[in-house]
Design a protein around this ligand. Structure first.
Ligand code: ATP
Ligand code: MG
Length: 269
């Protein structure tokens, strides 16, 4: 029998409706006909340049698209349609987002309270301390306000907040910028562990090197389209990559010669 994916996205398109002037509206399609499956135990990376629609993909999955966005296509979670009502029930529990911006932390609330989601019993306190510890943060962090954290600490707090309740699907939007490379590798190791424990993890990043290091599969995204989906191991050999854009990204990596990306022709897409 076929395995049921934790997340199955079919033909997802997202577009924005914007006023060009007082009377005319324009539709801008930012995600085009995207298909993606995520299975239990898997870490999948979506790699794309800035503005390619990565955060919108995360927000579409979580049902938090901006008011002027509309979407079409189908999403299912563990075999059942992921409706707006269902995502609202699951969000923050089984399906979590590690947001791109640390401004998602409430500036007026102490960190410990945010991680515990305002639950104040002994069990959740213990669990929170364990989680902080897992991400290399001391107990004292609990009593700090977000402005007292360094950028790297704030990011680890965001991750701790997301994974406190053993989620089944983790969407991490640029989870490691501003973190020292060793700490970044440690964080990626934690995502691997979360997947090994039975979840599916989607890492969204502009960093191909990080994607290859962290993921089992890499989806290359360009202007809202999937250009290529490859096993992370395929990136050890350029000839295994099929799309010119993926090959250009590969060649631009320091270990592969640091060659500049030539212009991508419309015909290549
Ligand atoms: N509310 C909005 N109204 C109109 N256009 C928007 C809106 N939000 C995002 N966009 C556009 O959608 C495109 C994709 O945005 P998105 O935030 O998903 O990019 P991204 O790949 O996450 O980029 P980055 O790597 O910089 O985070 C961008 O061109 C952006 O300008
Ligand atoms: Mg983004």
């Amino acid at each position: 029998m076929d395995r049921i994916p934790i997340l199955d996205i079919q033909n997802l398109s997202v577009s924005f409706s914007q006023y060009v002037d007082m009377f005319r509206k324009n539709d801008l399609q930012v995600i085009k006909d995207l298909n993606l499956k995520l299975f239990e135990g898997e870490v999948v990376a979506v790699v794309g340049a800035s503005g390619s629609g990565k955060s919108l993909l995360a927000h579409a999955i979580l049902g938090i698209l901006p008011y002027n966005a509309s979407f079409s296509g189908r999403m299912s979670y563990c075999g059942e349609p992921l409706t707006q009502m269902r995502i609202e029930q699951l969000r923050g529990k089984e399906i979590v987002l590690v947001p791109q911006s640390v401004s998602y932390l409430d500036p007026l609330m102490k960190v410990g309270f945010q991680i515990r989601k305002s639950v104040n019993d002994k069990r959740s306190k213990e669990k929170m301390l364990q989680t902080l510890n897992r991400y290399g943060l001391g107990e004292e962090v609990e009593k700090l306000y977000p402005f007292e954290l360094s950028g790297g600490m704030a990011r680890r707090v965001l991750i701790s907040t997301a994974v406190m309740d053993s989620p089944r699907l983790v969407i991490a939007d640029e989870p490691t910028p501003g973190i020292h490379i060793d700490a970044a590798k440690q964080v990626l190791g934690h995502f691997r562990k979360i997947a090994d424990d039975g979840a599916a993890v989607l890492i969204i990043t502009h960093d191909l090197e990080l994607a290859i290091e962290a993921a089992d599969r890499v989806v290359v995204f360009y202007a809202g389209m999937t250009l290529e989906e490859a096993q992370a191991s395929d990136f050890s050999d350029e000839s295994k990559l099929s799309h010119p854009y993926t090959r250009a990204l590969w060649r631009a990596m320091p270990q592969n010669g640091f060659r500049a990306i030539e212009s991508i022709k419309e015909a290549d897409l």
